[in-house]
Design a protein around this ligand. Structure first.
Ligand SMILES: Cc1cc2nc3c(=O)[nH]c(=O)nc-3n(C[C@H](O)[C@H](O)[C@H](O)COP(=O)(O)OP(=O)(O)OC[C@H]3O[C@@H](n4cnc5c(N)ncnc54)[C@H](O)[C@@H]3O)c2cc1C
Length: 375
């Protein structure tokens, strides 16, 4: 029994599991074909209290990060990695909460909690991802406005987003110390959202390019201080990486369970596939490793809920969880034989969807750099 969660977390878990079963799973394949999840899902999630769980009242549901973790985990456990709630609730909203003025919080957070305003964050550019210092999107001050020009790519929730937090350079001569964060709203003249990019997995996720062609951003849409963007971004990374690690671990656990179910009913040479020693050893290894991961991540989660999770430990969490998830999913896919390679069988989708977790939120190599530098 996990001790990190209280009764109120477990109650939410029951509610989220029901929501996933009734409102996500029956339609997920259809959304994968469409390349996007519908707005109606966001509204339903808002009405059921699944968005901005950890944002305080009156803007959010007033829970802690444990409640956010429950939502992240239940969606991942059901093998629905394409649902983009976590970026919205656990990244975009916390930036607004931490850096926003009262007016900015009132303007965006309640609508985000209701699912009426979908949030995204745009840092990556075609020529700059790991190395955010070299981004070229420029925001030039002009009286009471900034003029934003440039391009972003790989933006989760990009085509639906009503609000995008954009990292842009306000002082190119200062490099990383010259970046600022801006809140760009759908429909601002000059702001264009591309079609969902064709990816190898997470097909229900509308990951997009965004284009800014001299968009006039009111100065009141800057989040926090000018030129402090890099510092803000790096200080939010621990939570973002923990969120990804929790997704990876719950996803892995869910797939171990469904793999066990499959090998118990599939037969070869007159025996259940589960009866082959290789199968039992593969699943035994998966179960042992994921159990160990769970203990480490619950400790990270408890630390984060106390405000004590540091950047290096968060990097270890993301590195361990996503590398383990990918390696073990590959082993488990093998146990499905040819069915494992079929797009409509859960394990194949899980395998392809999981691949992105070693890349976004900082690649595994960047995690190793962060950890290595601390030694
Ligand atoms: C599905 C998906 C969703 C995404 N969602 C978002 C989003 O919502 N918002 C957003 O801003 N971005 C998003 N991203 C982008 C993601 O964060 C970047 O792809 C990631 O940070 C890597 O940047 P890059 O693609 O430019 O790769 P590069 O930085 O070009 O890296 C290429 C290779 O070089 C390696 N490398 C780079 N620097 C070093 C180093 N110092 N030491 C060792 N190796 C290094 C990398 O690890 C990688 O293997 C998403 C990406 C994907 C795939």
């Amino acid at each position: 029994m996990r001790t990190v969660f209280r009764d109120d977390h477990w109650m939410l878990q029951t509610q989220v599991a029901r929501f996933v079963e009734q409102e996500i799973l029956p339609y997920y394949a259809q959304w994968e074909d469409l390349g996007v999840t519908p707005r109606s899902l966001w509204r339903k999630a808002g009405a059921n209290g699944l968005l901005n769980c950890a944002i305080p009242a009156p803007w959010g549901h007033g829970g802690d990060f444990g409640h956010a973790a429950v939502v992240i985990e239940e969606i991942a456990r059901a093998n629905c990695l394409g649902i983009g709630f976590s970026i919205h609730s656990d990244m975009v909203a916390p930036y607004i909460l931490r850096l926003g003025t009262q007016e900015q919080k009132n303007r965006w957070l309640p609508r985000m909690t209701e699912g009426e305003c979908i949030g995204a964050i745009a840092m990556t550019e075609p020529d700059a991802g790991s190395d955010l210092k070299s981004i070229r999107t420029r925001a030039k001050r002009s009286g009471r406005h900034y003029v934003l020009s440039g391009q972003k790519t790989f933006v989760t929730n990009g085509s639906h987003a009503d609000l995008v937090l954009v990292l842009a350079s306000t002082a190119p001569e200062l490099g990383a110390r010259g970046l600022s964060l801006f809140a760009v709203e759908r429909g601002m003249p000059g702001f264009r959202q591309g079609q969902p990019l064709r990816k190898i997995g997470q097909h229900a996720q509308d990951t997009c390019e965004l284009f800014f062609d001299d968009v006039q951003i009111p100065a009141s849409h800057r989040l926090g201080d000018e030129n402090a963007g890099f510092e803000y971004v790096t200080s939010e990374l621990a939570q973002e990486r923990l969120a990804i690690a929790l997704r990876a671990a719950a996803h892995l656990e869910g797939m171990i369970e469904s793999t066990c179910d499959y090998v118990k009913q599939r037969k070869a040479f007159g025996r259940r596939v589960m009866d082959f020693q290789n199968t039992r050893f593969t699943l035994s290894r998966a179960m042992s490793q994921s159990s160990m991961l769970r203990v480490f991540l619950d400790d990270c989660l408890a630390r984060h809920m106390r405000g004590e999770l540091d950047a290096v430990t968060a990097a270890m969490a993301k590195l361990n969880a996503t590398e383990m998830q990918n390696a073990l999913l590959d082993d488990m896919l093998q146990l499905f034989g040819g069915y494992g390679y079929m797009a409509d069988v859960g394990i194949g989708r899980a395998w392809a969807d999981a691949r992105a977790l070693r890349i976004f939120g900082g690649t595994s190599e960047i995690m190793n750099e962060i950890i290595g530098r601390s030694l």
